[in-house]
Design a protein around this ligand. Structure first.
Ligand code: NAD
Length: 242
């Protein structure tokens, strides 16, 4: 038996990077997965038998409500939510564009809040569920030129703990994954010099592969982590152990 047999999952930002690897890992583990992404259509490589697409801007409450309704109508329940969609802008804090600050908070933090808020009633109705939020090592440390991103990822840790405590009695577990730097489009466009610098920040001397983060998400989404809630799992090649 596969660890997610019969489960219904939603992965936001499932069209790229960590989200894409997570959708693949979850379908291999037996789940049906709704890919919720702002892009106009689903990536062709995704297994069409066990995935379906819901174009969604997670920063818009109406879109998120529709997403939950659509998945519930189609599948009859929602077991797992992965709040993965995110954006990142770099810039000095004292000149950081206001619009980029609001965009980062709207997508990374408010988007995760809205998806969690609107999925909880369906999970309660279903007798429980598991929510996995994408934080980052950047939610734990300061870094230059990343003020909005790091603030959003720290906020995700607070969101995780609050939802975990509030809905533990409803058998809804809520956890965060905190990756180090990962080989995804968000990072790979940085240029060779920057990539070598980023690798050097990790004692393991390399970046993570998206599949390595997806495996940790799978663990937190599944019953293998049945007594884990409110946790922040570091998946960072030793970055924050230094
Ligand atoms: N890549 C890293 O090094 C790294 C490290 C730590 C944490 N993370 C976090 O992991 C998550 C995924 O990162 P990634 O590197 O795979 O990113 P990515 O840029 O490869 O993919 C992000 C996905 O989110 C979607 N998206 C963006 N805005 C959206 C919106 N408003 N509504 C719905 N979908 C939207 C994009 O279309 C894209 O498919 C993010 O939350 C990111 O902050 C990434």
């Amino acid at each position: 038996m596969n660890v997610l047999d019969g489960k219904v999952a939603i992965v936001t930002g499932g069209n790229s990077g960590i989200g894409f690897a997570t959708v693949q890992a979850m379908t291999r583990a037996g789940a049906t997965v709704a890919v919720a992404d702002i892009q106009s259509r689903i990536r062709e490589e995704l297994d069409s038998e066990h995935t379906f697409y819901c174009q969604t801007d997670i920063s818009k409450a109406e879109d998120v409500k529709q997403l939950m309704e659509q998945v519930h109508k189609r599948c009859g329940k929602i077991d797992i939510l992965v709040n993965n969609a995110g954006v990142a802008f770099l810039g000095d804090s004292d000149t950081f564009p206001d619009a980029q600050w609001y965009k980062t908070i709207d997508v990374n933090l408010s988007g995760a809040f809205l998806c969690s808020k609107y999925v909880v009633p369906y999970m309660k109705q279903n007798g429980g569920g598991s929510i996995v939020n994408l934080s980052s090592v950047m939610g734990h440390v300061g870094a230059p030129r990343q003020v909005a991103y790091n603030a959003s990822k720290s906020g995700i840790l607070a969101l995780t703990r609050c939802f975990a405590v509030e809905f533990a009695a409803n058998n809804i577990r809520v956890n965060a994954v905190c990756p180090g730097f990962v080989e995804t489009p968000m990072v790979l466009g940085s240029g060779e010099e920057q990539l070598n610098y980023l690798k050097g920040l990790h004692p393991m001397g390399r970046l993570a592969k998206p599949e390595e983060i997806a495996n940790s998400i799978l663990f937190l989404a599944s019953d293998y982590s049945s007594f884990t809630t409110g946790a922040a799992l570091m998946v960072d090649g030793g970055y924050t152990a230094q």
